[in-house]
Design a protein around this ligand. Sequence first.
Ligand code: ADP
Length: 612
Amino acid sequence: MEIKKFKTESKRLLDLMANSIYTNKDIFLRELISNASDAIDKKRYLALTNTNINTDDLKININIDKENRIITISDNGIGMSEEELNQNLGTIAKSGSFEFKKELDTNSNVDIIGQFGVGFYSSYMVADKIEVISKKYDSDDIYKFISENEEGYFIEKINQDIDFSTKIILKIKENNQDFEYDKYLDEYYIETLIKKYSDFISYPIYLKKNDKEEIINTMIPLWKKDKKDIKTEDYDNFYLNNYFDFEKTIKTLHYKIEGNSSYTALIFIPSKAPNNYYSADFKTGISLYSKGVFIKDNAQELVSDYFRFIRGVIDSEDLNLNISREILQIDNQVNNLKKSIDKKIKTTLETMLKNEREDYEKFFDSFGLQLKYGCYEKYGLNKDILIDLLLFKSSHNDKYTTLKEYVERMKENQKEIYFASGDNIDNIKRLPQLEKILNEGYEVLYLKDHIDEFMLEIIKNYDNKEFKSINKVELSLLNEKEQEIINKQSEDNKDLINKLKELLKDKVSDVKLSNKLISYPVCISNDGDISIEMEKVLKQYQNQIIDTKKILEINPNHDIFNSLLKAYENNENLDDYAYLLYNQALLIEGLELEDVYEFNKILNKIILKSIK
Ligand code: ADP
């Protein structure tokens, strides 16, 4: 007989499981019961269109043989062929364990086991010999998978009368000083585990206790139970055990809709985004049932992308049962469901924002970026749905503000919504252009996410007020008198300004005196549609080099300006000063120096000159 080796990646995972010091070995039972339940779901699903498939007496059996240290879990689900035993149990590439393994590669903390459905392999935490006997529903052949250690396994065809489709046979490890394995041979302990983790499984789980078979689980799925019979704790346990999260949800919705589309929903809004949330392999955690029959997981067609952070169960009353999983997406009833779910999420978030601000802000910290993408996507098609759910940091205080709140605080003469962008709030607060506008009593939104400016570009305005970068604000509009003074200063110093323009002609499109600055000598602003922040993002993500039209603004009330005048009059190193000031302005804007060597050279030259 040929012994097959586990694939390397499986092997690593198995070693880890077998030698795990992880305390919560209990989850192996939850995983195997859940596999059994999935297998029955699959058979029931096939039976919807194939009347030859027998779906009577669907059940899961658990048996304990203390003497031989064996616990078995059997089901009459879909079963596995030889090839499937090989594929499904010999490799982890397809299972939940795969996600787990990926995480393991980046994070060596063993405790993450609890975060994933590690599936079948979790058996290796408690057993030193594992056998699986299985018969596929449409075949008479029975196969046995045997694995005695983490090295490999073999599969043989057997002749036997069986009254199940799949049976998992675990030989429980001997007690050692670190762990008492005997408890997995104790019916009462196993009973508590079933009640704790698998109560809602919709098929009966039989356990032999004192030689009598007994159904342990209540079987009514949580969402089908009456709300008044459910404790917060039940929801929490359901969520934590099914979605492998460590943290309780920020909101749980359990409701029933009758009418146009009738359904029961149990929806969770998580507190934190999973690690892979903003990556392509994240899948929406919504399962679809139809009158209690499982249809599919990851039913992303049931919720708009911008709300894809929700998890839970939708149990529809009126889905066409013959529907194939593929055509779900275009089904009208599914569309109605989606509309209704979207609406519910939106009103829930709105209510949270209004009445539970702290929770909403926590939610926004995790999923705000998703809402922003939602506003931006599809050329802003959904912006009106989402815009009032957005939060921004601003100069008002250190807390979040909505756009509505911002507008309510706007000064009487203010016509636009001001914003400043940068890599982080601290850097934004230090932007030279900000000082004056804040001094004048205007509020400025602080944008730190890459998507922000692109999104505002799409949103364009709020409550008829346009968004305006502080780089482009014409303070002259705000303060005419000051502008007059600046105009005069510009006229008086036009020779110097022209000279600077000439010296920097390859770098900036204009040099001008500014009325935006107080304590800083210079700043960079820009002209045109692409802002400096957008330039940075495009460069980082799309490797697109875009040269925004930069303007060097000089503070005429700063000592540096007087020094520049002197340098100009004495014809002394003006080119060097101009160069340094321009680069200084780049740096404070969060841009890179154009040429580090040149910058150092000129700086050193100035230092040498000044220390004489
Ligand atoms: P997951 O359940 O996350 O896919 P597992 O490692 O637990 O990962 O299982 C791998 C695969 O083996 C399952 O996807 C399923 O196809 C198959 N499988 C496991 N247990 C059973 C069972 N009791 N009956 C039929 N198929 C099963």
